[in-house]
Design a protein around this ligand. Structure first.
Ligand code: HH2
Length: 374
């Protein structure tokens, strides 16, 4: 056999610096030229005032080191690239919950959805009875769920807000029993600080807030006071109005910015960084095209340095792609989003079909997280 050539690898990353003034580009280009040719990432000018560098993590780190020590380049650029690269390359995530830890840097974790509502878009009315809800949580745990996410208010597009009293009446008995009887960590899906407070006292250990800590000013403090973890999710608008023509200038940039500001809120209130998770909020103020682009570009959220939760399960955009109006016919479509979401960096997937998605996640992990043994 003659010589052969193979090109392999997933390790190429691109850093794009935008908003550069005319006199800021030449020193960056000079710095790039100063690198040993073997350590030079590929340089490009994707738009006016923007510079891109593509290469291996090693090449980008070399550039960041040189940049950090260059006094001709504004600190605002030179001091940020190194830490951002460190966060983007981070893979060790251990989530400390009451009395247990989840190693999110290893295999993908499964968050089973338990809606104790009469009107959720896919399972509304099925688990409104506490006994049936607890039974379903047990079944999901047996099927592979690592966490159970319990919610009492549907946040489907157009949904009206629910009173705190009614939300508490629905979820508290279920949270108490699921936490006590299954031992599986429980997250409470609420944007109301008073509801979160009572849910945490009843045994939940994570607050899953679809508003990214924005709708209730006290939410971050409540989470900090109870030693709870938080899922900070992106939403544009409110459930009632979010699907009325959502528009973005820079989809992933805006989502990342919103989540970053949410992380700041959490940190300032006293939630430690290792208890913060982020979620791009699939379907929350997004068109079908937005949702697809977010999944494809999910790895952009890695700069936040927090584990990523992805909630695509049975959602409307899958129905739109597959022409499947009934959410129960969206399981295979959900599987595609779970597999590609994991490949693009999701650490936790929030799903209704736990048995099927546990297998999809294990299979995807076996391919993309090759250090895990099966
Ligand atoms: N999606 C829903 C609710 N909560 N939380 C996070 N972190 N991420 C999500 O994508 C997410 C969420 C909506 O789905 P569901 O709970 O099944 O429906 P409904 O809001 O109608 O109860």
């Amino acid at each position: 056999m003659g010589p052969g050539i193979r090109i392999t690898g997933r390790g190429c990353m691109t850093v794009t610096v935008s908003g550069l003034a005319a006199d800021q580009t030449p020193p960056l280009e000079a710095l790039h030229r100063a690198l040993d040719p073997r350590d030079r990432p590929a340089i490009g000018r994707p738009a006016p005032g923007a510079l891109s560098l593509s290469g291996t993590p090693f090449q980008l780190r070399r550039f960041a080191e040189l940049l950090a020590s260059d006094i001709a380049i504004p600190r605002q650029i030179s001091s940020r690239l190194g830490p951002l690269l460190d966060r983007s390359l981070r893979s060790d995530f251990t989530l400390a919950l009451r009395g247990r830890t989840l190693d999110l840097g290893g295999r993908t974790h499964i968050m089973g959805v338990l809606n104790v509502t009469p009107d959720s878009f896919s399972d509304g009315g099925m688990f409104a009875d506490p006994g049936r809800a607890v039974e379903h949580a047990r079944a999901m745990a047996a099927q592979g769920a690592d966490l159970i996410d319990i919610g009492g208010e549907s946040t489907r597009p157009g949904a009206e807000p629910l009173s705190e009293e009614e939300e508490l009446r629905r979820i508290l008995p279920v949270i108490e029993r699921v936490a006590a009887e299954t031992g599986i960590p429980v997250s409470v899906d609420t944007y109301k600080a008073n509801v979160a407070r009572r849910a945490l006292a009843a045994g939940a250990s994570i607050v899953n807030d679809i508003s990214g800590l924005r709708f209730s000013p006290d939410m971050a403090r409540v989470a900090a006071d109870h030693g709870a973890a938080v899922v900070i999710m992106h939403i544009k608008g409110t459930p009632r109005d979010m699907q009325a023509n959502p528009v973005y200038e820079d989809l992933l940039g805006e989502i990342t910015g919103y989540l970053e500001a949410g992380i700041e809120l959490a940190l300032r209130a006293g939630v430690p960084r290792d208890r913060i998770l982020v979620d791009p909020g699939i379907g929350f103020g997004k068109t079908k095209e937005h949702n697809l682009a977010i999944i494809a570009g999910l790895d952009e959220l890695r700069v936040l340095g927090c584990p990523v939760v992805l909630g695509t399960s049975r959602k409307r955009f899958i129905g739109a792609v597959l022409d499947a109006p009934d959410p129960k016919d969206r399981v295979e479509g959900t599987a595609a989003t779970v597999a590609l979401g994991i490949a693009a960096g999701a650490h936790i997937v929030r799903v209704h079909d736990v048995a099927a998605m546990t297998k999809v996640a294990r299979m995807t992990d076996a391919i993309v997280k090759s250090t895990i043994e099966y």
